[in-house]
Ligand binder design. Structure first.
Ligand code: HEC
Ligand code: HEC
Length: 299
């Protein structure tokens, strides 16, 4: 119950955060930027573009402006990756990020649990409200960590080299001063693997089942934001990248569901559903939550 309330809290606080992000980017100052359009023929950029088409355009759109077919189904909407400067001619948010920041904190971050996420947001807002510049700077440095889980992590889906290729491509979408991305040859080109898991026993007391399913609902929404890509409930915001899950309880087999959400790529190597590194307990809880999803019969 508490989880649900927190969910809507996130969205509200985030609205404020976005406002402050804009305020904060103002004093950074204006610098000259290079147009990276000519690097479009660079092999690294081309590889990144292909990955972007597979994993990112449904939200960010083909040009990166944030108008993918799923953009209206994530709250807040996807970042405009072409934002080079603010309306006042100052350095825009994307242009202000270092290559390393995009790689480490955006494409390769670990998901925070919902409580950590909220604590980080609060620390940031407090600093801003108190006009404590030092604390605000410290908090601002963690800003990309505030990216809500609406943006899935790709740490567990793509290789290190592929995520660097994505950085190189994203860099061509906005003007910036960052040095060209130069991937060290030591970076791994192997995608992380998550072997198919053995499903647990589904036998348990009814009250335990209900409690676990309830916790599954909480993390489905507030930790992993599965609804950024899936419709799960009539009348709630739900993405259309993946199948509608509203009939999961009637359609999906428990063992299969558990295995799919634990390691989608082990079941279908080229699937666009990212691996979100669910623990065994998290996968079990979400599977039991999906089991409860049924639509009223229509006649
Ligand atoms: C399910 C929708 C979705 C998908 C898929 C997605 N993103 Fe995002 N992305 C978002 C959202 C939402 C934000 C955050 C918007 C905000 O807070 O302003 C975001 C933010 C970003 C940012 C800026 C970080 C920031 O602090 O706002 C970058 C860079 C980015 N995405 C790159 C990518 C790349 C590269 C891919 C593909 C590998 C991708 N995204 C896939 C939704 C998505
Ligand atoms: C970036 C978008 C994205 C995110 C985030 C995402 N999914 Fe998916 N999901 C997909 C896509 C796409 C498919 C279809 C996969 C395919 O057939 O290759 C899918 C398939 C599924 C299926 C199989 C449904 C069916 O009818 O076959 C389940 C169950 C599922 N996802 C659950 C989840 C859960 C639980 C989460 C959160 C932990 C999640 N998904 C997060 C995109 C996503």
């Amino acid at each position: 119950m508490e989880g649900m309330a927190m969910g809507s809290g996130h969205r509200f606080v985030l609205g404020c955060v976005v406002v402050f992000v804009v305020l904060f980017s103002l004093p950074i100052g204006c610098t000259s930027k290079t147009d990276n359009a000519e690097s479009q023929s660079n092999p690294l950029v081309m590889q990144g573009k292909e990955l972007f088409t597979d994993y990112c355009i449904h939200c960010h759109g083909p040009s990166g402006i944030g108008d993918g077919f799923n953009a209206g189904n994530v709250d807040p909407g996807p970042r405009d990756l072409t934002d080079s400067e603010t309306e006042d001619g100052e350095v825009g948010f994307m242009a202000s990020l270092t290559n390393e920041k995009i790689y480490h904190e955006i494409l390769s971050r670990d998901l925070l649990n919902p409580d950590e996420f909220e604590a980080l947001q609060e620390a940031y807002l407090d600093a801003v409200m108190m006009e404590d510049e030092e604390a605000a700077k410290v908090a601002e440095a963690k800003l990309p960590m505030l990216v809500p889980p609406a943006m899935p992590t790709f740490k567990y889906t793509l290789s290190d080299a592929e995520r660097w290729a994505l950085v190189a491509y994203v860099r061509t979408l906005h003007k910036n001063d960052a040095p060209p991305v130069d991937v060290p040859s030591t970076v791994s080109t192997v995608r992380p693997t998550f072997p198919k898991r053995q499903a647990p026993s589904w036998e348990m007391a009814e009250d335990e089942r209900i409690a676990i399913a309830e916790s599954g609902k909480f993390i489905f929404i507030d930790k992993f934001n599965c609804n950024g890509c899936h419709v799960y409930k009539t009348g709630e915001l739900g993405g259309v990248v993946g199948p509608d899950l509203r009939r999961s309880g009637e359609r999906l087999n428990l063992d299969w569901t558990y295995q799919w959400i634990s390691s989608p790529q082990a079941m279908k190597p080229d699937t666009k559903m990212p691996n979100l590194a669910l623990s065994e307990d998290e996968a079990k809880a979400i599977t039991l939550y999906l089991e409860t999803l049924k639509l009223p019969a229509t006649s």
